[in-house]
Write a protein that binds this ligand. Sequence first.
Ligand code: FE2
Length: 402
Amino acid sequence: MAFYHIRKSIRKLPGIVIKAVSIPDPEVTEGFGSRERAGEICEKEGLKSVLLVTDKTLHKLGFYEKVKASLDERGISCAVFSDISSEPTLDIIEAGRKAAVECGADCIVALGGGSVLDSSKIIAACAKHPIRSVKHYLHKFALVSGKTLPMISIPSTAGTGAEYTVGAVVKNARGVKNSTVVIGLNVIHVILDSELTVSAPQSVTVWCGIDALSHGLEGIVADVKSQDDDIIKSSECVKLVFENLTLLIDEPGNIEARQNMSRAAHYGGNAINKQLAGYVHAFAHSIGAMYHIPHGEAIARCMIPVMCAQKDVCAEKLAALSAYCGFADETDEPSAAADKFIARLAKLMKDCGVEGGFDNLDEGDRETLVRMIDNDSINYSPPKTFTDNEIVAILDRIGRGE
Ligand SMILES: [Fe+2]
């Protein structure tokens, strides 16, 4: 109970601290095949030598070739580093930094999912100061004097928003996943190219899309002081997912819907940077880590039970979002409008195939899970602080699939 009071008293702290972190404000280029504009963008920025970072699968698929050809065309030198794995380790980052130094990179172009994008942030941070070892950057905050190398991000999925979020998750020297806030992250441009997402398996499209929605939604209900512009971006993130995700289940090749989902994910990244995530993520991180399930699936299973449990304290914010999405009238009582939003959310989950209970949730795991959720939640400024009993009740609902 003592820890509950500590968590409650520091609940607003992360939302205050994040205001002091300089957040990247990249230009955005959108469109099917738009990664072929990387050369033009680099030339305009006066960049001469690029380290193109990607992973083995995307390298094998040849997705990097259009980027490299566009750089070659403009006479910009380009070395390719394709060794990023799904769970990048210190050694991989070190090799990436070495590749950047050896080719005299003045820019990192990152093409890939969350692992590639997060690894590239650390490479961009430490390539600028090659004397310090990479492990110096893997603390709670990666302090860079000045800014990191300029980075151009080309996400290959529409979900994480990792193309410009200041957080980076990579394994530290002990092989444990470590989340670092990269201070001075200098993402100058983001390219949202639906050609990279159009062939994704349906499960990836769905889990990534639900993850993107959760970023916008948790940003809106977070107890932080948000600028109007950030509220609009987060609301638009949620609306775009409602309008496009189920469309992609029926028509996976719908390019306009793909671009819209990439934009939704990008706005979701803004929410993570400026408004932070919340309990949906604290539950999903803990359940995902314990039972080894994809982040998006864990988010999908936790979203409704967590939102129902905190709905009353953020009913007005949910009501405004409900009206923005066209689910409620401005004249509705906040609580009724919030209920309408949650009902639509439940329908979206059902349409995406998220049904039934989560049988893995073992009674014996409850105590550990509660501790993990408590610990993770202190990174955010959620609308309320749950007691351990409330967390257990939410876990029960997740288990029953309610
Ligand atoms: Fe997420």
